[in-house]
Design a protein around this ligand. Structure first.
Ligand SMILES: [Zn+2]
Length: 463
């Protein structure tokens, strides 16, 4: 009996050793993965790690130590100048009519917003759902606080498409409101959830347009204001924001490698962004992507594997409010760009795998599709044409193959950029499965006989 058990156990061990390395990587991640443990550490050490903050520096130091302690190679920090913007207290209240005073209006200043005057400002509210509607108000918008209240479209199957169609209200709302003569801008939070968690995010000012303060309010707060204004009631709001710009400071991209055994100058990048907003813990956005990339190298190393090409983990900085890390990486590695075979980013949360998206074309696309097909048993069922993440954008524009991990992100925008993006929103097994799938994909590309052909760029002007 014992002999039979031993034979069965040995047989299972041999089967596992003879399994393709990609399969062994996913199974090792499920069995003894360290991604969730690493994410727990990161969320504890540096829950708030906006560019230029002490939290971001702690996150960099933690990542460097983690990667070195796991025996990875060429662990280093590469300098990047980043903006430093600091949030202060924020307050929004209905000043009149008296019947609406005390309405609960949770808010977060948008990243990069200027402050209000110290005593705050008071102005009538107008509510619009588009920039066209605002322009149509003409002089009636002058001196007001504008609320942009177009919801993310719940009828779109892909929440990222709904986000893409609504987010201009956050990024450009302050400029459009200022052009209309408004004194401040509010935006309905970018989420499909109906709750009282405001979601921050970056705004952009333009050179010749006055800089007015801007904040996001919760979706329920937006609903309360709509209700209070029903029937044409004139509302006056009081807004007080104390945020400020503090120039630029030095931050870093964090890099680690496993040097390729045959073609060390050919590189497969896998990464996420280490910075996160200063609310919540940046667990999904993008702590998950960082630990998936770190875990990719650790898993390969721990199985005693060395890929044909170099595997490089890149933790970009300042994705949220500047993308300076992505640009600095491309500039610092200009001489190696022709050797970048693929750059994979994970920045859609630490949820269970669904597939991948890539700008690769032709035979390269087919090769990648064949690799992804092997991952279908683990839930990564498709490769679709598209692009990489925000941080791989500069590489993509330089002609590199890029890819992004596509998880089941139905709930991603419940957590994105808000106080709910904490460790308990990430499921340990979903994170382990996704880390294993990303490791398997990165390994398989690093191990290909032939490098991937570079993508055929669309004709100039169509991008
Ligand atoms: Zn992100």
């Amino acid at each position: 009996m014992l002999g039979l058990i031993l034979t069965v156990l040995l047989g299972a061990a041999q089967a596992s050793l003879s399994a393709p390395a990609s399969q062994r990587l996913v199974e090792a991640s499920l069995r003894e993965g360290r991604a969730f443990e690493a994410l727990t550490e990161l969320c504890h050490v540096a829950p708030h790690r906006l560019a230029g903050s002490a939290g971001l520096t702690r996150a960099e130091d933690w990542a460097v130590a983690w990667l070195r302690d796991r025996g990875l190679e060429n662990v280093r920090k590469e300098p990047v100048r980043v903006p430093r913007w600091v949030r202060g207290p924020a307050r929004l209240a209905v000043a009149s009519p008296a019947s609406a005073q005390g309405t609960y209006l949770p808010l977060l200043a948008l990243g990069g917003s200027v402050a209000t005057p110290p005593a705050g400002l008071r102005a009538p509210l107008v509510i619009v759902t588009s920039f066209e509607e605002l322009r149509g108000l003409g002089e009636r918008a002058r001196g007001t606080i504008v609320l942009f209240n177009r919801p993310m479209d719940p009828t779109l199957a892909d929440p990222f498409a709904a986000y893409g169609a609504a987010v201009e209200q956050r990024s450009r709302g302050a400029v459009e409101a200022a052009r209309a003569g408004a004194v401040a801008a509010l935006v309905r939070s970018m989420t499909l959830a109906l709750d009282d968690h405001p979601h921050t995010g970056a705004l952009r000012y333009e050179p010749d347009v006055p800089r007015i303060p801007a904040a996001a309010i919760s979706t329920r707060a937006a609903a309360r204001l709509v209700e209070a204004a029903r029937g044409g009631a004139r509302l006056e709001l009081e807004l007080q924001l104390e945020c400020r710009d503090e120039g630029e400071v030095e931050a870093h991209n964090v890099i680690a490698e496993i040097t390729g055994r045959e073609r060390p100058g050919e590189i497969v990048v896998v990464g996420g962004h280490l910075d996160a907003w200063d609310v919540g813990q940046g667990a999904h956005d993008d702590g998950a992507g960082c630990v998936q990339a770190m875990e990719t190298l650790r898993l390969v190393h721990s199985l005693g594997l060395r890929p044909r090409r170099t595997l490089r983990c890149v933790l970009w900085t300042n994705e949220e409010n500047g993308l300076r890390g992505a640009v600095a990486y491309k500039d610092a590695h200009e001489s190696e760009l022709a050797g970048h075979v693929l750059a994979i980013e994970s920045d859609r949360g630490g949820f269970a795998p669904r597939g991948f998206e890539t700008n690769a074309t032709g035979a390269a696309f087919q090769t990648l599709e064949g690799i992804v097909r092997q991952l279908a048993p683990y839930g990564a069922a498709f490769l679709r044409p598209g692009s990489g993440g925000a941080d791989t954008g500069p590489l993509e524009r330089a002609g590199t193959n890029v890819m992004q991990f596509v998880p089941d992100a139905a709930r991603y925008f419940d957590y994105h950029h808000c106080g709910r993006d904490t460790l308990d929103a990430v499921h340990p097994r979903e994170l382990a499965l996704s880390a294993g799938v990303i490791a398997a994909l990165a390994w398989s590309v690093a191990e290909l006989e032939l490098p991937l052909a570079r993508p055929e760029l669309p004709a100039a002007g169509s991008r």
